[in-house]
Design a protein. Structure first.
Length: 118
């Protein structure tokens, strides 16, 4: 089998995978180009079998190693300090009652809201 027979039929799938992983169409195009060059360079190591799986693995590994792109594992622990503001925004009245209202709200009768009324 030749490189053209193994890799070229899967360029569209490679682009879709790279687009999904990179979340950017321009980076995805660059990744597919780089992965194609790597596949061509190491085609002698292809032992036959599923050419699509072999090429898409190269695309995936190229995405993971792409400069300027960091992937955060889905198993990372939730950092409560980092996301505290987002959680507090869901209950803004309670948030402001606990911390005191900003001056621009004081004139709107905010001083009458108590924590017990929440």
């Amino acid at each position: 089998m030749s490189f053209d027979e193994v890799v070229l039929p899967h360029l569209d799938a490679a682009y879709r995978l790279a687009r999904w992983l990179m979340r950017n169409e321009h980076d995805a195009e660059d990744v597919v180009q780089e992965a194609s060059l790597r596949a061509f360079r190491y085609f002698r190591t292809f032992a036959g079998g599923n050419g699509r799986a072999w090429f898409l693995r190269i695309v995936r590994n190229t995405c993971y190693g792409w400069p300027g792109r960091s992937f955060q594992a889905l198993t990372d622990l939730f950092d409560e300090e980092q996301h505290r503001y987002i959680l507090e925004k869901r209950r803004p009245t309670r948030y402001w009652c606990e911390r005191g209202f900003p001056p621009w709200v004081a004139g709107a009768g905010a001083h009458r809201i108590t924590f017990a009324s929440l």
